[in-house]
Design a protein around this ligand. Structure first.
Ligand code: NAD
Ligand code: ZN
Length: 351
């Protein structure tokens, strides 16, 4: 599969043993790679680092292992990574491999975007959620005042998705990533949504060809949206479906306490309920059934108040002058952005 943006066209490989392709990808570059830095985290390193390192042995790869989890996307780790890259002699012809989930992809991508004004990088995603984060060119670290506040738009040279690597992923992380797959189907592809609905039992044991199909479909939907709006000036806004409420929940729970996907799934439920109320969306209960089959939360965590959620939604970087804009559904495959009043949100959140 190819992604075409204004600034770059790159290939995405999704298959068992896709990691074996890394050599051919590196050999296909016009400009030789001088050195490789593999960035990964403490969970992924013992599982796959040696394999990937061996595959690129001819480039004498060096490695940097981040702690696992959201806290790795910090200024401190960003600084340490840059220092390490300088000390180890990376130059403008070097390349970074981001081997891990969305956290590793985001920080390693941002290091690549900024080291010597930008060096090449390759995404090797190891989570289901990363089908979303590895495509689209958004890279970032967190600021103590907000998640993903410091970042760039920076496209990888390639995305190499070895679905074998997902076999070790805990069930909670599969569920988290599947929320974004579901989101992609709802916003853009009713056939894919219907396929999910009719295969829900098999999908809840996400493995094999179903997993590959979910990743491929999810990526192709995301790629088609971002290709038309690389810098997020228009259509890309629909990717925010479920995220206005989802981000507010994540923030108030404390990042890392609830998975991103669990928060987004609940956010989709709220957005669907609001859509039912505002524009007569007719399939709320269908979507709600799918969401409950995956055991996503269906209520706000008890330690968070509705007013806290509302406040965070207004502070979201996508709200405008304190007006909350949400992505709502007309029907499966068709969504749009609309301002929603505080009253409607309050009433729907108690649902
Ligand atoms: P993550 O990278 O923290 O991975 C989740 C957990 O799974 C971690 O503990 C990790 O160590 C572990 N793990 C990863 N791969 C594994 C494997 N194969 N086997 C066993 N364990 C494994 O989280 P994530 O859910 O992949 O990504 C979340 C991050 O992605 C957030 O920081 C979010 O902001 C970012 N994100 C970015 C974009 C974007 O467009 N750039 C989009 C969505 C999300
Ligand atoms: Zn998301």
């Amino acid at each position: 599969m190819k992604v075409q943006t204004e600034t770059k066209t790159y290939s995405i490989y999704v298959e068992e043993n896709a990691s074996l392709r890394i050599k051919e990808v590196l050999h296909s570059f016009h400009k030789n790679v001088s050195k490789i830095l593999i960035v990964t985290d403490s969970n992924v390193a013992p599982l796959y680092l040696e394999k990937v390192s061996n595959l690129v042995q001819e480039y004498n790869p060096i490695q940097y292992i981040l702690p696992n989890g959201e806290n790795a996307k910090s200024f401190e780790h960003f600084y340490e990574l840059q220092t390490y890259a300088l000390e180890m002699g990376l130059d403008r012809n070097s390349l970074i491999i981001a081997l891990g989930g969305g956290v590793v992809g985001d920080i390693a991508g941002f290091v690549a975007a900024t080291f010597m004004r930008g060096i090449r990088f390759i995404q090797m995603p190891t989570t289901l959620l990363a089908h979303d984060s590895a495509v689209g060119g958004k890279v970032a670290i967190n600021h103590p005042l907000g998640k993903n506040m410091i970042g760039a738009f920076y496209q990888p040279e390639a995305v190499i998705y070895d679905t074998d690597f997902l076999k070790s992923l805990p069930e909670s992380e599969i569920r988290s990533g599947f929320a974004e797959v579901l989101k992609h189907s709802v916003i853009r592809d009713s056939d894919f949504y219907n396929w999910i609905e009719s295969n829900i039992t098999e999908l809840s044991q996400m493995e094999g060809s179903n997993l590959v199909k979910c990743i491929e479909k999810g990526i192709s939907i995301k790629a088609s949206i971002v290709s038309n709006d690389e810098k997020e000036n228009g259509i890309r806004a629909i990717l925010n479906f479920g995220h206005t409420v989802g981000h507010a929940i994540e923030k108030n729970c404390g990042y890392g306490k609830m998975t991103h996907g669990d928060a987004v799934a609940f956010g989709m439920l709220v957005a669907a309920k609001i859509s039912e109320r505002i524009n007569g969306f007719a399939n709320f209960s269908q979507l709600s059934d799918v969401i409950s089959r995956f055991n996503y939360p269906s209520k706000i965590p008890t330690n968070i108040s509705i007013e806290q959620i509302l406040k965070s939604m207004k502070k979201d970087k996508k709200s405008q002058n304190g007006h909350i804009h949400m992505v709502l559904i007309k029907k499966f495959g068709e969504v749009y952005v609309q301002p929603v009043s505080d009253e409607i949100i309050r009433e729907t959140l108690v649902y």
